[in-house]
Design a protein around this ligand. Structure first.
Ligand code: HEC
Length: 123
């Protein structure tokens, strides 16, 4: 069925002029808000991702890289992120020997090891 009484929107010339003036500003505010909230969400997601990856190290190295007995287990939280990454990459590519770390490091991509090292390393 064809509607014959569909509403027709008419804009007066005053409101049309107002819209022309206000729209660029509104668009700017909206876009800025969207961009800011997106980058905030991105940061939180990255942080969550890093903490989830690093959680698998907690069984042995302690929560956030702080072991219960630092004399027995290396305290990852006391080392610089770049030093942690260098060791993890060495375990991964086989240039550094270990009992368990070579197998563990091979389970992660280079980007994941970087994220873990940044999360656990000394701030
Ligand atoms: C099953 C226990 C276990 C888990 C899980 C574990 N590690 Fe280890 N880690 C060790 C042991 C044991 C060593 C000593 C080297 C070896 O024997 O492999 C070590 C050594 C290291 C070292 C070298 C530290 C130093 O100062 O010599 C780094 C870095 C490291 N681990 C990072 C990690 C990270 C990152 C994770 C999580 C992705 C992780 N480890 C998970 C047991 C573990």
């Amino acid at each position: 069925m064809i509607r014959t009484n569909a509403p027709v929107f008419k804009t007066t010339s005053v409101s049309a002029a107002l819209i022309k003036v206000a729209m660029p500003g509104l668009c700017f505010v909206t876009m800025t808000t969207i961009l800011l909230s997106t980058s905030f969400a991105q940061t939180s997601a990255d942080h969550l991702n890093q903490s989830l990856l690093a959680a698998s190290c907690a069984n042995c190295h302690g929560t956030d890289g702080k072991p219960a007995s630092p004399a027995v287990m290396p305290a990852l939280s006391e080392q610089k992120p770049e030093d942690l990454l260098a060791q993890l990459l060495a375990y991964r590519n086989g240039t550094q020997a270990g009992t368990i770390m070579p197998q563990i490091a091979k389970g992660y991509s280079e980007e994941q090891l970087k994220a873990i090292a940044q999360y656990l390393g000394k701030k």
